[in-house]
Design a protein around this ligand. Structure first.
Ligand code: ATP
Ligand code: MG
Length: 374
C-alpha cells in the first residue's frame, strides 16, 4: 500500500534496522538515528518501539518550536505529562491524556488527579514545583535534574523494568538553550545513570545532529550509538513499487519502475507519492514524473524546507542544482566566503553532503529537479 505524509509502523525493507534498534532499546543502549528529511526516520523509530514491545514515551521536539524560538515550558509540561501518565498507567492507575489540549492544562489536571490516587512524596514535590513554575513561566534550572529523573524514579517505585523515551527531531532542543543554556549537560549527566530507561533520538538536520553528538566538546559526545538512515537501496525501492502496484492491480512495466527510482532515488516519501498518484489519478508513470515538481505536496514540502534557509544558501543551492546537483565551491559563486557559509548552512540542514575531494552534492534528487524547473 502507498501512503503519503503520515509515518508508517510497517516500513518496507527496514527489517534489519528495526531488529537492531529494538534490540538496543531492550538492552538499554542509547541510539541516535540520523537521516535526511522524509527518509523514514519516524517510521523506523515507531516500528522499532513496536517490535521492542516495551512501554514508551514519544515526543517530537519540533512540536515545541516556532521559527527560531522554543517553548521550553510547554516542552517540560509535555515531557512530565507523558512520562507520568505512562508510568502511572503501568502501575494500574488510569490517567487520561488528551491530544490537542495544551500540555500545561493537562499538567494541571494530572497533578490534581495524582494526588488523590497515589502519592510518592518525591514525585509529587517535583510535580508541584514544576507546575507552579510553568504556570508563572519562571526559570526551571534548579528543578530540571529532578524532572529529567522522573522516569527512572517512577520505574523503580512501580517495578517497571524498562521504559523507552523517544525524542524525535532532537536537534531542535538546541533552540531550548535560550531558556536553559545547560540543557544538554543536564540531560547527559542524568541519563547516564538511568538503568531502567532506554533513550532513542532521531534528527533530520544531519549537520546539526553531527555537531551535537559527534564533537568532542559537546556533552553528548559518544553517548549514543549512531545509525544513519539512508534511502532504500535501488532493488528494495523497485520491489516496494512493484508490490505496491500489484496490490492495487495496476500494471506498470519494469522500465517505468526503473525510471521512478532514477528520478527520486530511494526516498520513501517520494516513492509513495509517485505510487499514489499513478494509482489514484490513473496516469502513466511518465505523466506523473513529468509534472511531479508542480505537485502541491511536493511544492509544500520543499518550500517548507527552503524557507528555513538564508537567501545566500538558497542561491548557492540553486546554482548547485543547475550544475546537475553537485559541484565544487569555485563553481558556485565569486564570493568565496559567502559560498562557504552557504554550504555550511546547507550541510547543517542536511540538504547538501560533502563528498570526497571537496565535491558537494544535493541529497534529494527531487529537489534538484524542482530547483531546475523553477
Ligand atoms: N520503509 C518504508 N516503506 C514504505 N513507506 C515508508 C518507509 N519509510 C517511510 N515511509 C513513508 O514515507 C513517508 C516519510 O516517512 P517518515 O515520516 O517516517 O520520515 P521522516 O524521516 O521521519 O520524515 P521527516 O523528516 O519529515 O520527519 C511517510 O509517509 C512514511 O509512511
Ligand atoms: Mg519524522
Amino acid at each position: 500500500m502507498f501512503v503519503y505524509g503520515v509515518p508508517t509502523t510497517n516500513p518496507f525493507g527496514r527489517e534489519r534496522e528495526i531488529r537492531i534498534v529494538s534490540n538496543f532499546l531492550r538492552s538499554g543502549q542509547p541510539v541516535g538515528l540520523m537521516g535526511v528529511r522524509r527518509v523514514g526516520k519516524t517510521s523506523l523509530l515507531l516500528a522499532s518501539l513496536r517490535q521492542a514491545s516495551l512501554p514508551y514515551i514519544y515526543l517530537s521536539a519540533e512540536e515545541f518550536t516556532s521559527g527560531k524560538s522554543f517553548d521550553f515550558h510547554s516542552f517540560i509540561s509535555g515531557y512530565v505529562v507523558s512520562v507520568t501518565s505512562t508510568l502511572y498507567s503501568l502501575a494500574g492507575y488510569r490517567v487520561l491524556t488528551e491530544k490537542g489540549r495544551s500540555w500545561l492544562r493537562q499538567l494541571r489536571d494530572l497533578v490534581g488527579a495524582i494526588k488523590v490516587t497515589f502519592n510518592i512524596p518525591e514525585v509529587s514535590a517535583t510535580l508541584d514545583v514544576t507546575l507552579e513554575k510553568v504556570e508563572r513561566r519562571k526559570r526551571l534550572e534548579e528543578e530540571l535534574p529532578r524532572i529529567v529523573d522522573l522516569p527512572q524514579i517512577m520505574a523503580e517505585k512501580f517495578g517497571v523494568p524498562r521504559v523507552v523515551i523517544a525524542v524525535d527531531e532532537f536537534q531542535y532542543l538546541n533552540l531550548a538553550k535560550q531558556s536553559m543554556p545547560n540543557i544538554f549537560h543536564v540531560l547527559r549527566s542524568r541519563w547516564q545513570f538511568h538503568t531502567r530507561v532506554s533513550y532513542v533520538i532521531s534528527g533530520s538536520l544531519i549537520g546539526m545532529m553531527n555537531e551535537l553528538l559527534n564533537s568532542r566538546d559537546q556533552p553528548f559526545y559518544q553517548f549514543f550509538y549512531l545509525m544513519k538512515v539512508g534511502p532504500l537501496p535501488p532493488d528494495v525501492s523497485r520491489d516496494f513499487l512493484r508490490r505496491g502496484f500489484e496490490h492495487y492491480g495496476v500494471r506498470v512495466g519494469e522500465e517505468e519502475i526503473d525510471r521512478v527510482v532514477d528520478y527520486v532515488d530511494g526516498l520513501p516519501a517520494w516513492l509513495n507519492l509517485v505510487g499514489l498518484k499513478v494509482v489514484s489519478e490513473g496516469k502513466s508513470v511518465n505523466q506523473v514524473l513529468d509534472t511531479l515538481t508542480q505537485d502541491i505536496n511536493v511544492v509544500n514540502a520543499i518550500e517548507g524546507d527552503l524557507r528555513k534557509l538564508s537567501p545566500g544558501a538558497r542561491s548557492v543551492l540553486k546554482r548547485l542544482a543547475m550544475l546537475g546537483g553537485q559541484g565544487r565551491p569555485r563553481d558556485l559563486g565569486d564570493d568565496r566566503w559567502g559560498v562557504v557559509r552557504a554550504l555550511q548552512q546547507l550541510i547543517r540542514y542536511g540538504i547538501v553532503e560533502r563528498e570526497d575531494e571537496g565535491n558537494y552534492r544535493i541529497v534529494d534528487p527531487l529537489l534538484v529537479h524542482y530547483l531546475r524547473g523553477n
